[in-house]
Design a protein around this ligand. Structure first.
Ligand code: URA
Ligand code: SF4
Length: 186
């Protein structure tokens, strides 16, 4: 664990702790306000993210940006990161050994950001952060408090591309997040 961003960012340069290092083009570390009250955690980079080194810049990211805009969330005011920092080939889910190898980076990011609220985007984020006993369908839209942080699980933005009705849930869940954030830090 590192107590500052410089050391943490340096430690991930050229990381080869798991097999995803062999196929990545860029490590996608995370982006945004390093002192944000609100943090978003996704799954892992896709092709666009792997090419640009930034999370949620592809199709799913564009959809998330549209939801952000509608709700008045500014991308640069929040912090956004993923469970794994390198793209799984063909956008498959990360495998358990990859998640395990990478998760310490994310834990360290959470410790440094100190968010009040974390939005867990989809099942991979939910299970890795809160435990494999949680399911996204049952958990989404409900607050879960653990160790002083409020978690809001919701659909992964890519799921909204496949199922229109999930967009309504997604907006509803993010509205709860905005309301809570304003309550915590008016
Ligand atoms: N999907 C994710 O989970 N993360 C990204 O950064 C992009 C797409
Ligand atoms: Fe390292 Fe994480 Fe990339 Fe694996 S996914 S190589 S652990 S940065």
């Amino acid at each position: 664990m590192f107590d500052n961003w410089n050391d943490l960012e340096n430690s991930i340069q050229n990381c080869q702790k798991c097999k995803l290092c062999k196929t990545r083009n860029n490590i996608v570390f995370g982006v945004g306000n390093k002192e944000a009250d609100l943090m978003f955690i996704g799954e892992g980079p896709g092709a666009d993210e792997d090419a640009q080194g930034e999370p949620f810049v592809g199709k799913a990211g564009k959809l998330m940006d549209m939801a952000f805009m509608a709700l008045g969330i500014k991308r640069k005011e929040v912090y956004i990161a993923n469970i794994v920092k390198c793209r799984p080939p063909f956008n498959r889910n990360p495998e358990p050994d990859e998640e395990k190898a990478c998760l310490d980076y994310l834990r360290n990011q959470v410790i440094l950001v100190k968010p009040k609220i974390i939005v867990l985007l989809g099942s991979v984020a939910l299970k890795n952060i809160l435990g494999s006993e949680y399911g996204i369908t049952a958990s989404r839209g409900k607050w879960i408090e653990k160790r002083g942080i409020l978690y809001m699980p919701t659909w992964h933005p890519a799921a909204l591309l496949r199922d229109e009705t999930k967009k309504i849930d997604f907006i509803k869940d993010l509205k709860l997040v905005i309301e809570k954030k304003e309550l915590l830090a008016p």
